[in-house]
Design a protein around this ligand. Structure first.
Ligand SMILES: *Cc1c(COP(=O)(O)O)cnc(C)c1O
Length: 475
């Protein structure tokens, strides 16, 4: 399997060659040159498999440059009931992403039972093991520099902690994350993990990472890398739980299901799109946004209008607060018939902050083929949905999953089971849960009191030179 760039001006690459990088050299995103097709016989056989064995079967179609035995071992080490042990609602940890039945034909799928209680762990844990394996093979090392407002940074740190030849330097806005999120990240004592709290906002932290990434000489000399959401391996890892959710929710491979995905950077639902392109019987992919509705606007009207950071609101489902969706180019590439010339034209606008409109083009007529629908949710909807789910179904939802359920209920079809992806646990968003339910969210017993653990973090000014120096001093 080779990987091509959506902009068509980079040479095709093997999986391990794109694993450690980000964008293709031409500025595009990597995608498989074609989607592997899953046969009915495979679906029938896969229905019986454990999560790890299923993950191996699917990933082996995308990763053809790691020997089968090594890939199998690596995947088996990643997807264990111990790593994904924080189940709730009676879920079976051995299923890794178990379903919770809300009512007949309506489920949530728990993707947030990993170490940081958000779905980022599903892919990031695999990435940690893949990085270690490939770096070892090549005798190389990498220093990951990132900025986080919460979920991604902690998932990266828990995935990379203790890994050979990997160091992580994670910038976060000083004092802007919840006490629980700070404790999750800053309590890590592993010597290869460095937390830097930047005096400023998330954007200031992000700008520093961008400035360092733009310094090609520094990047090369100090082997600076990233693990952002455009990383292809993360998308590939996420394909697996769509198959698992389908198998758990249905009795035979003649049935169809719909998935609702609380979305921000389009990484999660992009994996659902690929699962469907591979032949998984998905009737609909329902995309849910919060008040930052750039994607809802596109799927309703065909206009993609990236927002400025001023136009981006801070909401109570913060992991979906995006101004543009970094993985979206992958879907549009398929929508325009995989024509890189069209993508270059469209993204010449996006990259300058301008909108494009597909509604009057031939491509928009093809949109129904891709089975996407969308909806949006607001703070008031979120509170109402958390309350409703608590009263009616006896479950406590996090704010992002509540956005998903709100939009899912608007898009149910008779005879089609609806699966809402649960992207985080309510414990991560205590303030809003208190607002909705006047009670403290349930938290896994093991994580009680983590706020009291010793923290390992340095506080710094948003000064690019000083932060570069910190990195150099700790290599
Ligand atoms: C990252 C995240 C999302 C958004 O996922 P994308 O892949 O960026 O669309 C939704 N919910 C939670 C809790 C997240 O951490």
């Amino acid at each position: 399997m080779r990987y091509i760039s959506t902009r068509g001006q980079s040479a095709p690459q093997a999986f391990c060659d794109i694993l450690l990088g980000g964008l293709a050299p031409d500025g595009g995103l990597y995608l498989p040159e074609s989607y592997p097709q899953v046969t009915r016989a495979e679906l029938d056989a896969w229905r019986q498999l454990s999560y790890a064995d299923l993950a191996y079967e699917i990933l082996a179609k995308f990763i053809t440059d790691i020997p089968a035995a090594d890939l199998k071992a690596l995947v088996a080490r990643t997807y264990t009931a111990d790593v994904y042990r924080f189940t709730r609602n009676g879920g079976n940890a051995a299923e890794i992403t178990p379903l919770t039945r809300l009512e007949d034909g309506l489920y949530t799928q728990e993707l947030s039972n990993g170490p940081t209680l958000a779905f980022k762990d599903m892919a990031m844990q695999l990435l940690g093991n893949l990085f270690e394996y490939v770096l070892e093979q090549r005798g190389e090392s990498i220093n990951i520099l990132g900025a986080t407002s919460g979920d991604t940074g902690s998932a990266a740190e828990y995935a990379m902690r203790g890994k050979h030849n990997v160091k992580v330097f994670m910038l976060s806005p000083d004092g802007k994350m919840s006490a629980f999120q700070r404790a999750q990240m800053y309590s890590l004592q592993d010597p290869n993990i460095f937390n830097i709290a930047v005096r400023g906002m998330f954007d200031d932290a992000q700008d520093i990472v961008k400035a360092v990434s733009n310094d090609a000489a520094f990047k090369k000399q100090y082997k600076i890398g990233a693990v952002n959401s455009i990383n292809w391996a993360r998308v590939a890892a996420q394909i697996v739980y769509y198959f698992q959710g389908y198998f758990l929710a249905t009795r035979s491979n003649d049935e169809q299901v719909a998935f609702t995905v609380p979305s921000g950077n389009f990484g999660n639902i992009c994996a659902g799109h690929i699962a469907r392109m591979m032949g998984l019987p998905i009737a609909k992919l329902v995309l849910a946004t919060n008040e930052n509705d750039v994607l809802d606007e596109f799927f309703k009207r065909g206009v993609y209008r990236p927002r400025t950071s001023k136009e981006t609101s801070v909401t109570s489902s913060p992991s979906m607060d995006i101004s543009k969706a970094s993985n979206f180019e992958r879907f549009v590439f398929d929508l325009v018939g995989r024509d890189p010339v069209v993508i270059r034209e469209l993204w010449s606008k996006v990259d300058q902050g301008q909108a494009f409109d597909l509604s009057t083009t031939v491509y928009w007529k093809d949109k129904p083929k891709f089975a996407f629908v969308s909806g949006r949710s607001t703070h008031a909807d979120r509170l109402a949905t958390i309350r409703m789910a608590h009263e009616k179904y006896g479950v406590m939802l996090d704010t992002h999953t509540a956005d998903g359920l709100k939009v899912a209920l608007e898009n149910r079809q008779p005879g089609v089971t609806m699966i809402v992806l649960e992207t985080a646990q309510p414990a991560k968003f205590e303030e809003t849960i208190r607002e909705a339910l006047a009670t403290r969210p349930v938290r896994p017993a093991e994580l009680e009191g983590i706020e009291a653990l010793a923290q390992r973090v340095v506080v710094m000014d948003p000064d690019v030179a000083a932060i570069k120096q910190f990195v150099v001093d700790h290599l």
